[in-house]
Design a protein around this ligand. Sequence first.
Ligand code: ATP
Length: 469
Amino acid sequence: MITMEKIVSLCKRRGFIFPSSDIYGGFAAIYDYGPYGVELANAIKREWWKTMVQLRDDIVGLDSAIFMHPKIWEASGHVSGFSDPLVECKDCHTRSRVDHLLEEIGVEADEKMSEEEINKIFLENKEKLKCPNCGRKNFTEAKKFNLLVKSNLGNFTDDWDKKPVYLRGETCQGIYVNYRNVLDSTRVRIPFGIAQIGKAFRNEITARQFLFRTREFDQMEMQYFVHPDKEMDEYEKLRKARWQYYLDLGLKKEHLKWNKHKNLVFYAKAAYDIDYKFPFGFSELEGVHARGNYDLSQHTKFSGKDLSYVDSKTGEKYIPHIIESSVGVGRTVFAVLTEAYTEEKVGKEIRLVMKFPKKLAPVKVAIFPLLRNKPKLVKKAKEIFNDLKTDFVCEFDDNGNIGKRYRRQDEIGTVVGITADFQTLDDNTVTMRDRDTMKQIRVKIPELKDVVQRIIKGENFLELGKLVK
Ligand code: ATP
């Protein structure tokens, strides 16, 4: 059984994820990425960028700022509507999301419902609901709580009518407001997309789900601008592409499912989430939505700038519709960690090994001298390390015995381990151990780079050298 506790504990012990401000007792719903976590997150961002931008001729990248004009959040509807319904326990003062409490007893509710609507359902089911902290049933009424995080930037002047400047609650607003700049400065024509990876901030209430729900997180979002008549066709194509992306990321088909939104916001044409089977059950990994022309219409209205598109061939003028793919880096990291976590029985022991897809593994090669007190072996291993690190993330390790080193590298998910031994000094070959099968082959040192490259690309390990164990 893969539990949340096991993953959280491995992440801390092996340097993937640390609670933020750990020496001060942590800081709720904020996490830091340790040495292996940041490599994993970077690999995920690289894969996403490659799929979304590099391999597509119709999608370009963007990196917009976190701070934006406050009017943007009015136009987007976040100031008035970006809120979750909350109840507070009158006894222990724990706040909970009503829609989540209702979900747990099998009653459908949606965070987007009005305060009145949600209160009606809440009151009908109140007797069945318990505070997740103290177990009592003494709740306040449900209140909507705005998720935007305010800053004091610029508040020392009278600018913007003294309106607060927010830390962005989602990255896509930066895409919408740059739509015209991108159109005017590049060669893209409809249909085209703009992709971006960046931080977003939300005053989340539920703060007990590790990387799944954090108050600061990276989003990877792609907004695709289409002709109104093509919206649903393009939407279906995007859904297919996004499903395939997760299979290519190594998530098993049976751990993924589509979740169709039952309550659509008024402007949306369709909305599905891709849910992943996290240790606490199936939950949203990514949203794939058809948003109509709401976003560009709102920004036209609030900015006073015409954001319509003129087709240069037909002369037709229209406000583009948008379909979007939106996913968090942290949620993806969590899904990939869950999928990789493997406990295997080896002899009488349990081997814990992180079977990351090779392209995502934080460390590709670990290099060991067989014995740390033999200068010739250490020198040889260092030479190999210095050579390989120009192409791959490598680790040199001469701590403890070989068994202990392997155990550590297995828990990090290192793809292969290379050992320089006495035979190396004679014939310039090394043993290479495969993380997943623990088999060992003998490889000539000049061929190492090529062999590692081929293993990462997915070639069969056993065919790349002479089997020795
Ligand atoms: P939820 O219903 O779980 O609160 P949401 O529907 O509000 O999520 P969106 O606003 O559609 O989420 O955000 C798009 C994606 O961004 C989500 O699918 C998720 O991967 C990621 N995301 C959203 N909020 C968070 C968060 N607090 N922590 C980590 N990732 C998040």
